[in-house]
Write a new protein. Structure first.
Length: 166
């Protein structure tokens, strides 16, 4: 087999995004396992003058407890959305000048896979970060690190779209 430097670089580039997805998944898995072991439900531990609050919460629904009483529906929706993310990720991998979108889709895949894993193995997602500022409805929401990767992934994909249009 002939040594092809271009193919080697492309494979290393793809491997970077695979490792990124795995790292996000494993980081969040470790945090959730720790939170599940050391915190009781609704036990609160404020940081940064109460602006950030750690508290364990089991979320059977989507964001803001949407469809909380229909966890199977949420699981089907989550699985479908994650499959679409992976299809987009595979489509984007060979694209040139799309590193921002590839990173964003990797963030979406890692965070989404972590939360889907929770849904499939535990029947709920473990959330543990809330904020002690802003409107009361916002303060009642509880997130996890995977959620922040999902938000960041959406943001990065939007930036890539804006860059292409500009």
């Amino acid at each position: 087999m002939l040594y092809n430097k271009k193919n080697l670089i492309a494979k290393e580039y793809i491997m970077f995004f695979i490792v990124l997805i795995a790292m996000i998944f494993l980081l969040e898995y470790g945090i959730k396992c720790h939170m599940d072991r050391v915190r009781t439900l609704q036990q609160q531990r404020p940081f940064a003058g109460g602006k950030i609050v750690l508290k364990k919460y089991y979320n059977k629904g989507a964001a803001g407890n949407f469809l909380n009483h229909h966890p199977k529906s949420v699981c089907y929706i989550h699985t479908s959305a994650l499959l679409l993310v992976f299809v987009a990720w595979i489509y984007m991998l060979p694209q040139k000048n799309a590193a921002v979108a590839k990173t964003g889709l990797s963030f979406l895949a890692g965070g989404g896979a972590s939360n889907l894993y929770d849904r499939l193995t535990r029947g709920h997602v473990i959330d543990y970060i809330s904020f002690g500022f802003g409107p009361k409805k916002f303060q009642k929401l509880v997130f996890n690190t995977a959620d922040f990767f999902v938000f960041a992934g959406i943001f990065l994909c939007m930036i890539q779209m804006i860059k292409k249009e500009g």
